[in-house]
Design a protein around this ligand. Structure first.
Ligand code: HGA
Length: 608
């Protein structure tokens, strides 16, 4: 999604801005731009459609040099990807960049047009630029004009603004979209994600909703939504053990698939005892409050939603608690019945997913016993706003298609299942078995990763295919859903997942020799049922590709079956995720798509 970077310094800020934009590239965007205040106090704005490298080329022809500047990568929500829609937007000597959506942009546009402002873009953002200019005409105090502008905006924003009249000041504000302030020596920064600034600082202040700030080379002054001065603590960014570069790998996605043993090992370290789980990591009162949980609601989007669906099987079968799982974009807009003593769990890799964050905020007034965020980013909004947090230690995930974030979420959810059992003083054997199974995961995943060449060979079969079916049963049904999502995301092949028992209720009509049918067939209590479902596919000429356990006779014809190690049923969904990730990766290679930055998609979905 969109990225923001801003710098005020005593040197040329353009290289810092560009490096910041490059570090945000992984999030997906369609155009980029900078505005820099030159020594003669004139704003220079340069924008380009496409990658940051296009902006750099444009800047070579039209250099922008100065000590104050803002920059942006845009993922269009209002107005097509085009240079005239790229940020920054300007008006009367000011420039702004914006992440989010201004929901009342239409009435504001009408009002500003009536006032004589001429719009040059179709974006919602340009109204903010003209509104700001208009308020500055009414009150020649930039901070007051900035506040008066913010007061008129509805929707979500992270905003940065510079003005020719104040060449030493960088203004910013946040409501519903993430923004951090970076502390430097003799310079100050803002960014929508601390990753953008790690080349210049590791010290950050995280803004709260409604906060706004003025930055100078000496630091920042911060105010809350009531305009009262506030302090937000400076936190050191915890550098993840797993590095940010691609290393020997051709794509981030492949690197991240192969990092899963380490990411899971890191996530488990510090949360497991010998044969029990360490519930104290949730906080001092967590044990007694967890013991009083009678219901669970899990709310998430996309891949994280699939992790929640797997957890429902674990929680209901092992703990016996009713568990409901819902996509955040639906949950947040409906009337939710919350039984007494319900725990709300939100899941998000970035902790900034707009719908999930809004769902957490909505839940605050719904009478939940407690809220828990399972998240990969320590300082994120979700983590800061939930009662409890359980951090996955996947390290930065750069590939847009989530891999290691998903399996580490599953690990966290199995930990939570075990914690819920343990605090009830029940099934110590089951908790010990879960802990032992979790500990085996890194080595088991290494074994599955070694199957990559065989999986790559299967990928060729998808070269001319336009559709695929994924089948699973029980907790492997959500794994089939995740497999289908991965294939869609990065190879653009239409894929659907079905609980295999549903085949004959409709989707079987689609099956013929042009339909690859990928099935997740571990050796569990539903295997015989699944075999019958696969026979139905075979009888209709469907091309079966089966991921099955090494110890049992399997339904796929020879060569169509990839064998995985026999494991404890409870961790089987985690293990069977890996070959599906590898399959979609290799299909994308065959198709020649942009694996790490698939078209139309963005990492960290910070708009609704
Ligand atoms: N609404 C603005 C910014 C979009 C955005 O934040 N995307 O992540 C636009 O369309 O330009």
């Amino acid at each position: 999604m969109c990225g923001i970077v801003g710098v005020v310094a005593q040197r040329n800020v353009t290289p810092i801005l560009l490096e910041g934009l490059r570090r945000l590239e992984y999030r997906g965007y369609d155009s980029a731009g900078v505005a820099v205040l030159a020594d003669d106090n004139h704003l220079q704005r340069v924008r380009a459609v496409g990658k940051v490298v296009e902006l750099e080329r444009t800047l070579e022809a039209t250099p922008a040099v100065g000590c104050l500047g803002i920059a942006h990568t845009r993922w269009a929500t209002h107005g097509k990807p085009a240079e005239h829609n790229a940020h920054p937007h300007v008006s009367d000597g000011l420039a702004i960049v914006h992440n989010g959506i201004i929901e009342n942009h239409s009435p504001l546009r009408r009002k500003l047009t009536d006032l004589g402002y001429v719009f040059t873009s179709e974006t919602d953002t340009e109204v903010v630029a003209h509104l700001m200019a208009w308020h500055y005409r009414q009150t020649p105090d930039l901070l007051t004009a900035f506040r008066n502008t913010l007061a008129e905006l509805q929707g979500a924003y992270a905003l940065a603004m510079v003005h020719e009249d104040e060449p030493q000041n960088l203004y910013c504000a946040r409501m519903g979209s993430p923004l951090v302030i970076g502390e430097g020596s003799g310079e100050s920064y803002i960014a929508s994600d601390p990753l953008a600034l790690l080349q210049v600082t590791d010290r950050f202040r995280y803004l709260d909703e409604g906060d706004h700030a003025r930055l100078t080379v000496d630091g920042c002054t911060l105010w809350d939504r009531q305009h009262s001065p506030v302090e937000r603590p400076v936190k050191r960014y915890q550098h993840a053990a797993l590095s940010l570069d691609k290393g020997e790998y051709r794509h981030y996605m492949l690197k991240e698939i192969f990092e899963q043993p380490e990411a899971i090992g890191n996530t488990l370290s510090g949360i497991l005892g010998d044969n029990h789980v360490l519930t104290a990591i949730l906080g001092p009162d967590a044990e007694s409050r967890l013991a009083s949980v009678d219901n669970i609601h899990i709310v998430a989007c996309g891949t994280s939603y699939h992790a929640g669906l797997v957890a429902r099987y674990w929680i209901e079968s092992q703990v016996g608690l009713p568990c409901q799982v819902e996509v955040a974009s639906e949950y947040r807009y409906r009337t939710v019945a919350v039984p007494a003593n319900t725990l709300l769990i939100t899941l998000s890799q970035s902790g900034e997913t707009a719908d999930t964050l809004a769902a957490l905020r909505f839940a605050k007034d719904q009478g939940y016993l407690a809220t828990l965020a399972i998240c990969n980013v320590a300082g994120s909004s979700l983590v800061r706003e939930a009662d409890w947090r359980l951090l996955t230690q996947a390290g930065p995930e750069i590939g847009v298609a989530s891999t290691k974030a998903f399996t580490t979420q599953l690990v966290a959810l199995l930990w939570l299942t075990s914690a819920l059992l343990q605090v009830r003083g029940r099934a110590a054997d089951q908790v010990a078995a879960n802990v032992a199974a979790l500990r085996q995961l890194p080595a088991l995943i290494d074994q599955v990763l070694a199957l990559e060449p065989a999986i790559a060979a299967l990928a060729e079969r998808f070269a001319n295919k336009h559709h695929a079916l994924f089948l699973g049963r029980g907790p492997h049904y959500p794994i089939a859903m995740e497999g289908a999502l991965k294939l869609k995301e990065i190879s653009y092949i239409h894929a659907e997942a079905y609980a295999a028992g549903e085949l004959k209720h409709g989707p079987l009509a689609l099956v013929d020799e042009n339909m690859p049918v990928v099935s997740v067939a571990p050796s569990d209590s539903l295997l015989e049922k699944l075999k019958s479902n696969l026979e139905e596919v075979r009888a209709r000429g469907g091309q079966l590709i089966t991921f099955a356990c090494e110890t049992v006779e399997q339904p796929g014809a020879d060569g169509d079956t990839i064998r995985l190690p026999q494991v404890d049923d409870i961790i089987s969904p985690i293990l069977y995720t890996i070959p599906l990730q590898l399959l979609s990766y290799h299909v994308a290679l065959v198709k020649g798509t942009d694996v790490d930055k698939p078209r139309n998609l963005a990492k960290s979905v910070t708009v609704e």
